[in-house]
Design a protein around this ligand. Structure first.
Ligand SMILES: Cc1cc2nc3c(=O)[nH]c(=O)nc-3n(C[C@H](O)[C@H](O)[C@H](O)COP(=O)(O)OP(=O)(O)OC[C@H]3O[C@@H](n4cnc5c(N)ncnc54)[C@H](O)[C@@H]3O)c2cc1C
Ligand SMILES: *[C@@H]1O[C@H](CO)[C@@H](O)[C@H](O)[C@H]1NC(C)=O
Ligand SMILES: *[C@@H]1O[C@H](CO)[C@@H](O)[C@H](O)[C@H]1NC(C)=O
Ligand SMILES: *[C@@H]1O[C@H](CO)[C@@H](O)[C@H](O)[C@H]1NC(C)=O
Ligand SMILES: *[C@@H]1O[C@H](CO)[C@@H](O)[C@H](O)[C@H]1NC(C)=O
Ligand SMILES: *[C@@H]1O[C@H](CO)[C@@H](O)[C@H](O)[C@H]1NC(C)=O
Ligand SMILES: *[C@@H]1O[C@H](CO)[C@@H](O)[C@H](O)[C@H]1NC(C)=O
Length: 609
């Protein structure tokens, strides 16, 4: 009897706490999604102004290593370097802590309209973003512990072997495909059915499938097989084919580098983490050209901290070049125009690379079931269901559109099953102008429309980051400059034509897949070159926001900013470790490649400490 009674009480408490948890998440989701619909992104780093303008400068002491930015790279570096107990480390992050909401992968678009996003837009564009307000594309950059890994789509993609061999061919010793593979595996705790020899088990970072797959996932696979793509592990032997998405989640929850890595190290007494702190300058001894520390602002106060061994900048592909230029490291003429004393004349901010993406909608006669938030939350709490997927994505494929055998795949195609792109946030995440927003609002049907992302992986056009002013409270000027080169339009157009053929396959005809007329380009004949170009120049935007090469790695300091040990050319005790050092684009999303760079960077630094 007592045993039974106990079991009864236990069950009762279990049920009550489960429903409290369900309640909590339901409220959280309805609050946070509502907030983000009207959230105004900041136009400057206003929250730090009063601290920056104060005349007093406080002493923050001395550390061996100071790391700027606790994003993907910064979290990994801090975790790995603090394994050496005699090294003291300060990690400085502009954003705050993660929360229960950003842990839900399915809520990722909403984080883009929250304090977890810096708030950047491109400057008005000439060749792209023409359907956006004032021809400005939105450019989401994370501002939170974990950086991009805390707000991204959780897609785990390494890129292609050729990408890294091409990095090595530029003169970067140690960065060939064979040499970087161990660093991909080192982070990983793989739960997927991958190719043998290509995956790591026992690392901090959990990789698994989000389950169950959407019903339309099979349609995508079957259609792609009809197009002669093989079914593959795209992080394995070959990247050309169709595949099930591997996600950085653990039992359905996001595995950011805050959760997966930094949390293992935060208790260590040799690591200190400061949040809500903006680094405004790297201090450099002008005579010896040696980095000595940084200045930062937090809680309305200005501080100076000294670094005896290294300053490592991991502020991401936009903010790292900004901070270097504010500190006198950049193109001579640009710094002269702004009257910033020159420390090193380097091509900082040039060669910005992006993955342009066309987001596209196809109607079907498949009708997604209406799932209540309560049901989704219950599934999520057991590690399953739509909330465990970034943007309802299950399937993806990689292919060439023509004979370009010197590079990895030209195109990445990603399917988002309904109900996905039609969230009320869609217009805002794209910054569509009113004509397009209103037309789309009338056109889209949440439960039948499939979202497609056609992504150009190796653009030829190059953009640029410049300072708007010498004031770190101002955002930098970001010029993505997508589609300056016609070849980029042509190849992305070929990627779209490939998708149109996919919709003609038997698998997609079974659900009557039909490309919708769009509000702007329907006066051109569908599928014609003019039509594709119209779509691309009006609608394509920053491809999940992964820029690189603004501090590219290579031997020649006229062309590159850091050497193959990630040291800034011509300045001592200063390194850059983040996505900005990619000298050439990678064939896929950028989070895993950035993690690889940080793992390798940590080993390089450890060997010198
Ligand atoms: C919305 C979105 C979706 C994405 N989806 C995917 C995906 O599904 N898969 C994938 O692989 N990649 C994805 N990415 C890209 C990926 O997340 C990034 O490439 C990766 O996080 C880059 O890492 P990083 O270390 O270079 O920079 P970040 O992760 O951006 O980290 C930089 C950190 O530095 C901080 N910082 C910047 N300046 C300062 C300063 N002056 N002082 C103090 N701190 C500062 C920032 O707040 C930030 O936390 C996505 C990115 C975004 C934004
Ligand atoms: C939106 O962009 C389209 C395409 O460039 C243009 O035709 C339309 O006039 C724009 N609408 C507004 C309100 O700017
Ligand atoms: C996919 O193909 C398999 C094998 O031909 C078939 O059994 C299945 O019904 C197909 N599924 C869809 C959704 O087309
Ligand atoms: C789902 O809900 C929407 C809005 O509440 C409603 O219009 C639609 O008919 C429902 N669809 C199904 C299949 O139940
Ligand atoms: C593709 O190009 C490579 C070299 O660029 C060449 O060796 C090969 O024969 C070409 N293949 C086809 C099918 O044209
Ligand atoms: C575009 O600009 C108009 C006019 O300034 C504004 O009303 C609208 O909300 C903007 N759209 C987006 C997506 O921000
Ligand atoms: C297929 O889609 C088209 C366009 O949306 C529609 O006109 C047609 O009725 C659909 N056919 C079937 C069988 O659902």
């Amino acid at each position: 009897m007592p045993l039974l009674f106990e079991a009864f009480i236990y069950l009762l408490i279990g049920a009550v706490s489960a429903s409290l948890t369900t309640d909590y998440y339901q409220k959280l989701i309805s609050q946070e999604t509502a907030k983000s619909l009207t959230y105004e992104l900041p136009k400057k780093n206003e929250e730090f102004r009063s601290g920056f303008e104060s005349n007093e400068i406080n002493d923050y002491g001395i550390y061996d290593v100071v790391i700027v930015g606790a994003g993907t790279a910064g979290c990994i570096l801090a975790t790995r370097l603090s394994e050496i107990r005699k090294i003291s480390i300060l990690l400085i992050e502009a954003g705050g802590e993660e929360n229960d909401f950003n842990q839900i992968p399915g809520m990722w678009p909403y984080n883009q309209f929250s304090e977890f996003n810096w708030g950047y837009y491109t400057i008005p564009q000439k060749h792209s973003c023409l359907g956006m307000n004032n021809s400005q594309c939105i450019l989401v950059r994370a501002k939170v512990i974990g950086g991009g890994s805390s707000i991204n789509g959780a897609m785990y993609v390494r890129g292609n072997c050729k990408d890294y061999d091409n990095w090595a061919a530029l003169g970067n010793r140690g960065w060939s495909c064979k040499e970087v593979l161990p660093y991909f595996k080192k982070s990983e705790n793989s739960q997927v059915e991958g190719d043998e020899g290509y995956h790591g088990i026992g690392g901090f970072w959990n990789i698994e499938y989000s389950l169950p797959s959407f019903p339309l996932f099979d349609t995508f696979i079957n259609g792609s097989l009809e197009m002669n793509l093989p079914f593959i592990d795209y992080n394995g032997r070959t990247q050309f084919g169709v595949s099930k998405l591997q996600s950085n989640i653990k039992r359905g929850r996001r595995q950011s580098f805050g959760t997966a890595f930094l949390n293992n190290a935060r208790k260590r007494s040799n690591l200190k983490v400061v949040t809500k702190a903006l680094v405004t300058k790297i201090t450099i001894d002008r005579r010896s050209k040696r980095a000595t520390g940084v200045e930062f602002v937090t809680g309305n106060k200005k501080f100076r901290v000294r670094a005896t061994k290294e300053v490592i900048v991991s502020a991401g592909a936009i903010n790292t070049p900004q901070l270097l230029m504010l500190s006198g490291i950049g193109p001579r003429s640009h710094l002269r125009d702004l009257k910033i004393p020159l420390v090193a004349d380097l091509p900082v901010g040039k060669n910005l690379i992006e993955h342009p993406v066309v987001t596209w909608v196809v109607r079907s006669n498949y009708i997604a079931p209406n799932t209540s938030t309560e049901e989704s939350v219950e599934q999520y709490l057991s590690g399953l269901g739509p909330l465990t997927k970034g943007a309802n994505i299950d399937g993806l494929s990689f292919f060439h559109t023509r004979n370009n055998s010197g590079e990895g795949p030209a195109i990445q195609l990603v399917m988002a099953a309904p109900p996905a792109v039609v969230s009320p946030l869609f217009q805002r995440t794209q910054n569509f102008n009113d004509t397009i927003s209103q037309a789309y609002a009338k056109l889209l049907q949440p439960q039948t429309d499939i979202g497609w992302y056609v992504i150009l992986l190796h653009e030829k056009s190059r953009g640029r980051i410049q300072l708007q002013s010498t004031n770190p409270i101002d955002f930098p000027n970001i010029d993505l400059n997508m589609f300056e080169e016609q070849e980029d339009v042509d190849i992305l157009g070929e990627g779209m034509q490939y998708a149109f053929r996919l919709f003609q396959t038997e698998a997609f005809q079974k659900i009557n897949a039909t490309v919708l007329d769009d509000p702007i380009c329907s006066n051109f004949e569908k599928n014609s070159k003019k039509y594709l170009e119209c779509v691309i120049r009006n609608y394509a935007s920053s491809g999940y926001h992964r820029a690189g090469a603004t501090d590219a790695m290579g031997p020649d300091r006229r062309k590159f900013v850091v050497d193959d040990k990630l040291r800034v050319h011509g300045v001592e005790n200063l390194r850059v470790v983040d996505a900005s050092i990619f000298p050439l684009g990678v064939s896929g999303n950028t989070n895993a490649p950035t993690a690889m760079v940080a793992e390798k960077g940590a080993d390089i630094i450890k060997s010198e400490l």
